[in-house]
Design a protein around this ligand. Structure first.
Ligand SMILES: O=P(O)(O)O[C@@H]1[C@@H](OP(=O)(O)O)[C@H](OP(=O)(O)O)[C@H](O)[C@H](OP(=O)(O)O)[C@H]1OP(=O)(O)O
Ligand SMILES: Nc1ncnc2c1ncn2[C@@H]1O[C@H](COP(=O)(O)OP(=O)(O)OP(=O)(O)O)[C@@H](O)[C@H]1O
Length: 473
């Protein structure tokens, strides 16, 4: 970023999650991603720089290897004038959702990440005049744990997302249970994927956002009050899917447009635009029933790769937690070894290579525990990342357009797919994960399943299971 040329009026609030806040440039296709912290959490500028540099290195050396070059955008760390950051922070404050204001933007270090704006086609540095639609999906964990360390029988039947829904509604995070199940989205079965996407459109929560020309038009502006107005959404989408405008208006039109969106997104999700290294993770565990190869997804598509990385969680948190404790005991005795174990980086080629060892035979060593803990952290990262699908009308003359075009769609749409929020989950969050897992399952078993036992005849009870392929219509 060129010092002196930074003007806060050229940037606007774009969005935020739990740990970072993003602003987008009004003309150029770039965003700045700032870290957020709870008030009073003082970090030095050097610590913040190192944290951001670790994110970039982890993207370059690990996630690009797993996902392939095309899908991952690592960006770079930039240093910004402090006055610019201060003014920007004041300017955007009123646009931030209240539910996210428990953390403050870091305005003291002057460091941020500069990334391509993925809500506009990232292949172009400058905004094009063609309209751009972008669908962001946070798909969450797409498999039922296969580890023999799992003690809660329920975890073999109902997926984590579906169980967690009940706890989230009970604690007031969301108003109603979503019908979305990640297992549908990752099934590779078109009908189930359509059902998953429709469910996301009905109850977006923080799992779906839609942007048009870089502006959020659907999904969670404020995490607690999503709007689900399909008519308005269809109005925005119509020019993309029915360019000749051959449809009448009304509910029939709304349904047709939404159906077309769901079909197009499914096709894009099943496409493989990967030119990166394939097969970094070979099927390690012979005889395992639950593998990406058996998911029904085409190899090379982004969902397949995401699932592959998620499945680095070989032991489940129940099998992993004792290994975390082994490392903790070791570090209590030899605190100076923390650096050598690469717990806080550097996330380099050597770190990546160690992740490829998929053995689950515990030889009692710290080295074994460390490999499984690092794999778990990477898997958790893939369970919380988002997929961005950008679509824009393609010119009839494709010679100038290098991007893939959706096959057999009503309209010619060029598309690109990317993955974002690939920050490695912290080592320190493992005890929290262990407690949360137990809380989710206990709440589900005690409240939901116990209630079902009382009112639902046994022959119908299994309909709650995520492993069932069919959905009630
Ligand atoms: O634990 P989960 O599954 O609820 O995931 C958390 C997310 O909640 P979700 O269930 O997707 O609404 C949560 O998202 P929200 O803040 O709820 O939008 C974060 O992504 C959190 O990650 P981090 O701690 O900020 O690195 C996520 O925590 P991690 O478990 O990925 O660390
Ligand atoms: N490169 C990008 N281009 C366009 N939009 C982006 C980009 N990076 C992030 N965003 C937007 O900003 C939002 C917040 O970013 P991100 O998911 O990285 O935040 P986070 O705080 O790390 O998330 P989490 O809550 O999962 O920890 C995203 O949901 C997305 O809408």
């Amino acid at each position: 970023m060129e010092e002196g040329k930074m003007d806060e009026n050229e940037w606007r609030y774009h969005g935020e999650g739990n740990k970072s806040l993003v602003v987008a440039h009004a003309q150029r296709c770039v965003v700045l991603r700032f870290l957020k912290f709870p008030p009073n959490r003082k970090k030095t500028s050097e610590e913040i720089f190192q944290h951001l540099q670790n994110i970039v290195d982890f993207g370059k050396n690990v996630m690009k290897e797993f996902f392939g070059e095309n899908y991952v955008h690592c960006g770079e760390v930039v240093q910004l004038p402090l006055e610019f950051v201060k003014q920007l922070c004041l300017k955007i404050q009123s646009e931030r959702p209240e539910s996210r204001c428990d953390k403050d933007l870091d305005t003291l270090s002057g460091y941020a990440m500069c990334l391509p704006n993925l809500t506009r086609l990232q292949t172009y540095r400058f905004a094009e005049h063609r309209p751009i639609l972008c669908v962001e999906i946070k798909p969450k964990c797409g498999f039922i744990p296969f580890s023999s360390y799992v003690t809660h029988e329920m975890k073999h039947k109902v997926c984590r997302y579906c169980m967690h829904q009940h706890l989230k509604v009970a604690t007031g995070k969301w108003k109603q249970i979503s019908k979305y199940c990640p297992l549908d989205l990752y099934s590779g079965n078109k009908q189930r994927m359509h059902f998953a996407l429709k469910s996301l459109l009905q109850e977006a929560q923080n799992n779906l956002k839609i942007f048009k020309n870089g502006e959020l038009i659907y999904g969670c502006g404020d995490a607690r009050s999503p709007v689900a107005d399909w008519r308005e959404l269809a109005h925005h989408l119509k020019p993309f899917f029915f360019p000749s405008n051959g449809l009448a208006s009304g509910p029939h039109c709304t349904r047709a447009v939404i159906r077309e969106l769901v079909h197009v997104i499914t096709r894009v999700l099943l496409s493989s635009s990967d030119k990166g290294r394939v097969g970094a993770l070979r099927p390690g565990l012979r005889g395992r029933k639950n593998t990406p190869e058996r998911s029904g997804l085409p190899k090379g598509c982004l969902l397949y790769k995401t699932l592959q990385v998620q499945m680095l969680d070989l032991l489940d948190i129940e099998g992993l937690y004792p290994l975390y404790n082994r490392i903790e005991r070791y570090l209590e005795e030899f605190p100076e070894q923390r650096k050598m174990l690469q717990i806080d980086g550097p996330y380099d080629e050597a770190f990546y290579q160690k992740l490829l060892d998929l053995s689950t035979e515990d030889d009692g060593t710290v080295a074994f525990a460390l490999t499984k803990v690092q794999q778990y952290r990477v898997a958790m990262t893939a369970k919380d990342c988002s997929i961005m699908i950008a679509l824009s009308p393609s010119l009839q003359d494709t010679s100038s357009d290098q991007r893939p075009v959706i096959p057999s769609s009503r309209s010619r749409l060029a598309f690109s797919v990317s993955v974002l929020d690939l920050d490695l989950k912290p080592y320190e969050s493992i005890p929290h994960q262990y407690k949360l897992d137990s809380k989710i399952v206990n709440y589900y078993s005690k409240t939901v399943h116990a209630k079902d036992d009382a009112v639902v005849p046994t022959r119908l009870k299994e309909s709650e299971d995520c492993t069932l392929v069919l959905h009630k219509v």
